[in-house]
Design a protein around this ligand. Structure first.
Ligand code: GLN
Ligand code: ZN
Length: 758
């Protein structure tokens, strides 16, 4: 009898109940009790759903009101001391202080959870960090789950992953904290054992990363210390293969290991060949990172021999926590009826597990109907004429060497562009969006609801564009933008106009805290039936003599921020997106828009987890970008934009994108990034953001002058642009105008100094 379990369930709620409860609490409209009530009822509902799916073990402790890494810090009593919170007295309100900052302390830093779009709070360590376990953070939900008759399996982030994912604030070696941290885990695990817990899932996802040898060597002794005191430990790895750590994995003194068989199916064969006797093998066979329905027939065939070999020691699960997928497909009453049966959200994925267990334990006949339905859905997806578009395939096959190259090299292009642009030194521009006011959002909502007709909506947006153009002219910016008033979201806006996408109504996934994203579903070959942005840009250009920059989202970013089809390599899907965007670029150019920005804010986050895989990704990602851009004339200027700093290690790839101008986020790090440009001679023009748009603060002329001088030390004046560090849609007009005014004053001052010396 094989078993089934889950690694974690989405906590935001099918209707984003947690989000709304959090925001009510933060606004002071609801009490902490009211928030706690919502959180408790979500946990209970989720446990009952998992129990109903027949799981042998249900995760407990995976829920967090803000973030599970932050919760782990409360559980271990490892709070950054700067907040002055005593872990022993901490309340449910305290995690929000760390996550969102207080009057005197900035919030803890947040960063991406591996290569997902979920963000965790980065633990802060220093040589004085101490631990003081507060088991109630886990015992309370455990008691709640047990009261519902749920077979609870507490989930903990493992000690080495916790340390690795944190940052040392004083430069001390965080591995030196391991002995004290292990004492804390030992005490916690002993408490759980005394509570009668039989299994604990201990997540060590960093085992799939490039880890230094001393960290790897710490694993066996760490688990040798914990195991004797603990309930049975199921050590969970996910998101990457651990096959190259076979000896380590096999030698770990744990009762079970979980492997991600979706991301890294090859590792299963090589690791299972000599799987230690008595050890449980948990296989993550249901994709926890994507929304496609599993092929149960194929899985049963693959798993049958393993089930025979391992029997009770074979557990099946999603590949990772279901945190990364929406809750329930059943709510999607408006979803394209052909595509809907191809999908599975968290609730459906649990049902897939249930069917797999039944099929393996009681024979395929016991689920004959379900298997037939599954086969039907899988076949329908595989053979749907909407998935494959022969014209797109032909175009892709016909791509020639050189199609991703501009006609001339950057120096000639720059001359051809300057010949008509006649820009001053240090040209000024913005990143694209201007304030998305409530008027704009209300107009769009009314239009979508059918209360405002399309003509009236267009007029309203044109009025916004006019306003943005007039304001930019008054400020004296050199290259203008239309302001993106008509866009809800930089990926959804394009996805909605491309073939190959569908959209959900409630397909929300937590990004951080109460913030959720609703990724489009990219299910088929991508093409662009008609121009997407040309009319807006042409309208904007008609209002002014200054150059108007066309604004597009790049192929890598659309790919990265969507749920992407899994039936072909991501690189191929990306090239299809690139060709669709290339069409738009050429239409813009034909319509007289000869400065075009192709945003790639997600370029860096697509990087694979293991360094060895970087080169391949960077190669196809830069190729896709170039493919989207390279059709234009030399005199057409291509911009790109990226946020979230830390480009040091990929500068050659960014140079390989060959945009004429790149604008990047640097101001938050005080232009630290510029050091990288001092070492690597970036060949084209660059606009390092001179102020941080994420803060309502108005930057002074003086600080921007200083930053510009810093930039001039490493970037020649002829190739330096001046701009904010990201789009301005989250700011209001007053802040925006005041900040840009100062930016332009700073630019004029620095320019004046330059003309004297140049
Ligand atoms: N053009 C987009 C904007 O200005 C870019 C957004 C982004 O970088 N995330 O909003
Ligand atoms: Zn940005």
């Amino acid at each position: 009898m094989i078993k089934i379990h889950n690694l974690g369930f989405p906590r935001i709620g099918a209707q984003r109940e947690l989000k709304f409860a959090l925001e009510r609490y933060w606004r002071g409209e609801d009490s902490l009790d009211a928030l706690a009530h919502t959180a408790r009822s979500l946990r209970q509902r989720h446990w009952l759903a998992q129990k109903a799916a027949g799981l042998d073990w249900v995760p407990v402790g995976d829920f967090a009101s803000y973030d599970h890494v932050l919760n782990t810090l409360f559980l271990l009593g490892a709070l950054p001391t700067r907040f002055g919170i005593d872990p022993a007295r901490a309340t449910q309100a305290d995690p929000f202080i760390l996550a969102r900052g207080s009057a005197t302390q900035p919030a803890m830093e947040m960063t991406k959870w591996f290569d997902s779009n979920y963000h965790y709070l980065v633990p802060e360590f220093d040589r004085h960090t101490t631990f003081a376990v507060q088991p109630r953070w886990l015992l309370e939900p455990l008691a709640e789950a047990r009261a519902l008759g749920v077979a609870a399996k507490p989930v903990l982030l493992g000690p080495l992953s916790l340390l690795w994912l944190g940052k040392s604030k004083d430069g001390s070696d965080r591995l030196a904290l391991l002995p004290a941290l292990l004492d804390a885990y030992a005490s916690l695990l002993a408490t759980l054992k005394a509570e009668g817990v039989s299994w604990v899932q201990i997540d060590e996802p960093v085992l799939g990363l490039d880890l230094p040898a001393n960290w790897l060597a710490a694993y066996a002794p760490a688990y040798a210390r914990l195991s004797p005191l603990a309930p049975q430990l199921l050590l969970a790895t996910y998101f990457a293969s651990v096959a190259d750590r076979r000896a380590l994995i096999h030698a770990l003194p744990v009762a079970g290991v979980h492997l991600d068989a979706v991301r890294a199916p090859q590792q299963v064969v090589s690791l299972v060949a000599d799987w230690p006797a008595d050890r449980v093998l948990s296989l993550g066979v249901i994709d926890g990172r994507n929304i496609w329905r599993a092929d149960l027939n194929a899985l049963l065939a693959q798993l049958a021999p393993l089930a025979a070999q391992l029997g009770e020691r074979l557990w099946l699960a999603p590949s990772c926590s279901l945190l990364h997928v929406p809750v329930d497909l059943a709510q999607e009453s408006e979803l394209d009826p052909e595509v809907k049966p191809w999908l599975a959200f968290a609730v459906q994925k649990l049902n897939e597990l249930k069917l797999l267990a039944k099929g393996l334990n009681q024979g395929r006949e016991s689920i004959a109907n379900e298997l037939a339905a599954c086969r039907h859905a899988i076949d329908s997806r595989r053979h749907s004429p909407r998935v494959v578009n022969p014209l797109v395939r032909q175009r892709l096959a016909a791509i020639q060497r050189g199609d991703d190259q501009r006609h001339s090299a950057y120096p000639q292009r720059a001359q051809a562009q300057q010949a008509w642009l006649r820009l001053p030194l240090l040209p000024t521009t913005t990143i694209g969006s201007f304030p998305q006011t409530s008027d704009i959002r209300n107009a769009r909502a009314a239009w979508r609801a059918g209360q405002l007709d399309t003509d009236a909506y267009q007029h309203a947006m044109q009025a916004e564009i006019t306003l943005a153009v007039r304001k930019q002219e008054a400020l004296g910016l050199d290259v203008l933008v239309h302001g993106e008033a008509e866009r809800n979201d930089m990926v959804e806006y394009f996805g909605e106009q491309l073939d190959g996408f569908v959209f959900t109504r409630y397909g929300w996934v937590q990004s951080y805290g109460s913030r959720c994203v609703k990724p489009p579903i990219l299910f088929g070959d991508v093409s662009r039936p008609q121009p997407m942005t040309v009319a807006w840009s042409v309208y904007a250009q008609s209002l002014t003599d200054r150059p108007m920059k066309g604004m597009l989202t790049g192929p890598v970013t659309v790919l990265q921020w969507s749920f992407v089809r899994d039936d072909q390599p991501r690189a191929d899907t990306c090239r299809q997106l690139a060709l669709a965007i290339r069409d738009e670029v050429l239409d813009l150019e034909n319509a007289g828009i000869r400065v075009i920005q192709i945003d790639e804010p997600a370029f860096r986050e697509g990087l694979p987890l293991r360094h060895a895989d970087w080169a391949h990704y960077l190669d196809w990602a830069a190729h896709s970008f170039r493919l989207s851009a390279a059709g234009v004339d030399d005199a057409t200027q291509i911009h790109t934009h990226m946020c979230y700093s830390e480009f040091h290690d990929i500068l050659p790839a960014i140079a390989a994108m060959d945009a004429d101008v790149i604008t990047i986020e640097t101001s938050r790090s005080d232009m630290e990034l510029l050091d990288a440009f001092a070492e690597f001679d970036y060949p084209n023009a660059i606009g390092p953001g001179v102020y941080d748009i994420h803060s309502p603060r108005i930057p002074s002329v003086n600080e921007m002058t200083l930053l510009l001088h810093k930039a001039l030390a490493v970037i020649p004046a002829q190739r330096l642009w001046v701009n904010p560090d990201c789009g301005l849609k989250t700011r209001n007009w007053a802040e925006t105008e005041a900040a840009l005014e100062n930016m332009l004053t700073a630019t004029r001052q620095v320019r004046a100094g330059l003309t004297e010396t140049v």
